[in-house]
Every structure is written in C-alpha cells, then in structure tokens.
Design a protein around this ligand. Structure first.
Ligand SMILES: [Zn+2]
Length: 98
C-alpha cells in the first residue's frame, strides 16, 4: 500500500498512526458520554452516561447492526461501537457458528 501511494513504509506508518490518533481524539470529543463497558460472544456493550442506559449492539443475520437501547439499525451507540476491537472476536465467533 505504501508503494501505491509512492511513499516510504515509515511515512506510511506515520500517516496511519496520525490518522488513528485523530480519529481517537474525535471519538473522545464527539462521544464523551458513550464508552464501551464490556462485550459478550455476540454483542458490544456501550454505556451512555447522558441517557443513563447500557446499549447492547449486535449484528443481525442480515448483516445489519442493531442497538437495543434505540431499537434502531444505526445510532450513535452503533457508530461509537464500530471502533471497538471486540468486533473482531464477535465476528470470529459468528464465523465459527456458520
Ligand atoms: Zn443506540
């Protein structure tokens, strides 16, 4: 990928890390009330301090995400959960079941 962009590996990694830091900072500011408090085999649990609820975000069979707090397939809890590394484990669990 570094070759495609005609930059060195070091520059590529620096750019990547810079992007990551910016997105983490953005998330902290934008979703300061929403943070992950846990995960199960199938769900990422997001606490919303503003609304005082725990939202359980799951993947449905259709592939859509679902938030138990909002009963919607897209909301701020789902968006915030997308940055969670717990999805990797959940997707791996789902792949095992199929
Ligand atoms: Zn929600």
């Amino acid at each position: 990928m570094a070759k495609e962009q005609n930059i060195t590996i070091k520059e590529y990694i620096n750019k990547f890390l810079e992007g990551h830091v910016i997105s983490v900072e953005f998330m902290r500011k934008r979703f300061s009330q929403i943070l992950q408090v846990g995960a199960t085999d199938t769900a990422v649990l997001m606490q919303d301090k503003g609304k005082n609820v725990i939202a359980s975000v799951t993947i449905q069979k259709s592939g859509d995400l679902y938030c138990s707090a909002c009963k919607k397939d897209f909301c701020e809890h789902i968006f915030a959960s997308l940055f969670s590394p717990s999805w990797i484990t959940i997707l791996q669990n789902m792949a095992k079941e199929e």
